[in-house]
Ligand binder design. Sequence first.
Ligand SMILES: Nc1ncnc2c1ncn2[C@@H]1O[C@H](COP(=O)(O)OP(=O)(O)OP(=O)(O)O)[C@@H](O)[C@H]1O
Length: 347
Amino acid sequence: MTHRTPDGPEPRPDLSKPVWQPPGTGSGADGEADGIHQVVESPTEQIAEVLADPQATTVVDPTAIDPALADPEAVAEAVAPQRDIATAEGDTLLEVRDLTVEFGGLAALSEVSFDIRRGEILGLIGPNGAGKTTCFNAITGVYTPTRGTVTFDGEPLGKLKRHKITRKGIARTFQNVRLWGEMTALENVCVGTDARHKTSVWGATFRTPRHYREERDAVERGMALLEFVGIAARATEKAANLPYGDQRRLEIARALATEPKLLCLDEPAAGFNPSEKTALMGLIKKIRDDGYTVLLIEHDMRLVMGVTDRIVVLEFGRKIADGAPREVRDNPAVIAAYLGVPDDDIA
Ligand SMILES: Nc1ncnc2c1ncn2[C@@H]1O[C@H](COP(=O)(O)OP(=O)(O)OP(=O)(O)O)[C@@H](O)[C@H]1O
């Protein structure tokens, strides 16, 4: 079976079967590969068994699969293996300068500049059509800016393609859920880890020891990620069968699987009820506390005010405010933009 990526026709590996083979059945012709099989231990084997079971679409007990998943600290460590950031927290991670995106004659984004600092949650807000998604798309390589620059971790992103930007450490979720519906939750997350794999096509074809090791690590980290976002019990459920809220969490887990330095969330709470929104706020803070930097587009002001460290406000493609949540909330231009006060009335 060929899986398609949400954005394009790139063929995906078939992960609907266990991602490795039992000892003695490997296609590797030499004993080396079998040697690797023999060091595969539970919990990985147990996860493989669960995945191999065609009836395994029900709730599983993650801690029965891997007792380490009961320890939140161990889970947090597995989710963010690089979280001891070499550069100090608070340094600039992403620099947007004079970013302009035009569609025909329409400027969806005009000369927008802001920074994202390491370890913060930055909110990007604004009324409908303000240019938030366009800004996201220009940062993540979906659109090529008409003018302006985006510098990430000290390097200009220029006209880099999306997958190269992902490899540099920017991951995102989309306004509309984009998952591989026929794949299980765990498989969706394991695909996210592909971005960090070093196995060559040759290595994958001939199933080298490194290939096995990477697949095994992907499954173990995948389970930790699902536990981290709160859906490990649904690991073996097809993504399409998950409740909507869990699908949103799965998207976040899959984005985290690429080990990003910056996680961009495009309206992650869209369609949530108030209690789901509160729970999501907790998750976003937990992600930040685990060492990630987060860029959050969100319509819900309460959520944005409650979770962000700083906020950038756009209106009609231009930045109208930038600051701490309280400053932004009290800014007359922001109030006018949201409440539709005539320009003349703005102090
Ligand atoms: N691919 C495109 N082609 C033409 N116009 C576009 C395109 N993408 C966005 N726009 C226009 O650019 C402007 C900004 O849209 P954008 O989606 O970035 O706003 P937004 O702040 O994310 O809005 P919303 O909150 O409704 O999602 C809008 O006028 C929109 O119609």
